[in-house]
Design a protein around this ligand. Sequence first.
Ligand code: C2E
Ligand code: CA
Ligand code: CA
Length: 460
Amino acid sequence: MPHPPNSLEALAARVAELEAERAMTLRLAQTDSLTGLVNRGAFTSGLCERLEAARDTGAAVALFVIDLDRFKGLNDSLGHHAGDLLLAELGQRLRDDADPGELIARLGGDEFAVISGDPDVAARAERLVAALAQPAQIYGRQVAPGGSVGVAVFPRDAHDAADLQRFADMALYRAKARGGRAWSAFDAELRAESEHRRTLEAELRRAIPAGEIVPWFQPIVEAMTGRVVGVEVLARWNHPEKGLLSPAAFVPMAEELSLIRSIDEAVFEAACAQTAPWVAQGLIELVACNVSPRDLLDPGFSRKLIGRLAATELPATALCVEITETFLVSDLGLARRHIERLAAKGVRVALDDFGTGYSNLRALMALPIQTVKLDRSLIDGIGRDPRVSKLIASMLHAARSLGVRITAEGVEDEGQALFLRSAGCDRMQGYFFARPMPGEAMEALLRDVNGPPLELAAAS
Ligand code: C2E
Ligand code: CA
Ligand code: CA
């Protein structure tokens, strides 16, 4: 009940109450409820305020970004509640270990950040890594967390908050790539990488509408007959100065920048236009296109693909969409909807890079997937590691009994091809048969190996 404003004291009390309420609301809005640390919003404004102050005083500000190692695995195996308990405990550790004046935040998920004025960046980073590496008790079980740390320093490395965060993230990424439970600082090597990425980004944004990203093709061969039954479409960047670039040079970056969808669309359209006549003339029956896991996260993906396909001359039954396991694992329900929608139109779906992840063949049977592509890393072990040959043979056996077709990728020599054929592999692809090539070369090869005699081809 509000006090009636009948006296000065009552009025003062009411004002104090409102002030306290306001302060509490503000504090709640700035706090991460799980750990009691500052949340991302408050962290961002805190960082900007500190950089503004440091601009005047000339002091250095270090930004440490922290990411837990293997947190997802723990969350999946022990459950979300256990994951929350661990996050709360680690948040408490970071707070207990903080120096006066530091700002400790949870940025979301398993990411934390520390803003510090400590001039000894190395010692502070090592203390953070050590604090996170202490074992924790969750449900009476000992779990070994561990985190990686990246750090960048204002004004030495960056002059504003956005760059400081980007650079600290790059350092974190390097620490993780080195195996985690380690720290890394932004340095000349990362600066060169950052500049390279900026240039590449600008070039990539220009290259897509300029038509510089083009489809190349690699033959897919039927194991029993050696006949070319189809092609896989592989993107190449015809860079005006650097020459021909492979996907490794631009696909990961395009995925990060959300440009991958425009690339996949451009490659898809060009590939359909180029391959439709090959299918119509009976030169091949299958056109396999790669799609990024990012595309698949769009709930409208399959509908849009069907729409775009209808605008081309390529029959739906000739198209096979190659998707990766990573996506199936991340959202099985959505994967199923896409695959079923595509299957209803006659479009096939293949599971790419099989053998690199966790899923087993039987789990896949819940989905209407007819083809599995055995990853190159497995094929590579044939003849070298008897366990790999045995594993492949038993996978092929299981696939047969489940009615799944197997395509082996990265077949590089005759020994591998002979082994795969005798073990019952359906289709093969690899340098042993042919490397990826531009459309004109692919067409010439198809006419050579699959086409009717030249006079006939000219007459029809
Ligand atoms: P992927 O789908 O697994 O494609 C097979 C890769 O193995 C291709 O690399 C191919 O050139 C290479 N390869 C084929 N046979 C052999 C062999 O015998 N030995 C060796 N060592 N390699 C072989 P590429 O063309 O560099 O493509 C790399 C990856 O980039 C592809 O892996 C695919 O995941 C991705 N990619 C390619 N084109 C596209 C695209 O248009 N969109 C998307 N989203 N991803 C693409
Ligand atoms: Ca592929
Ligand atoms: Ca593959």
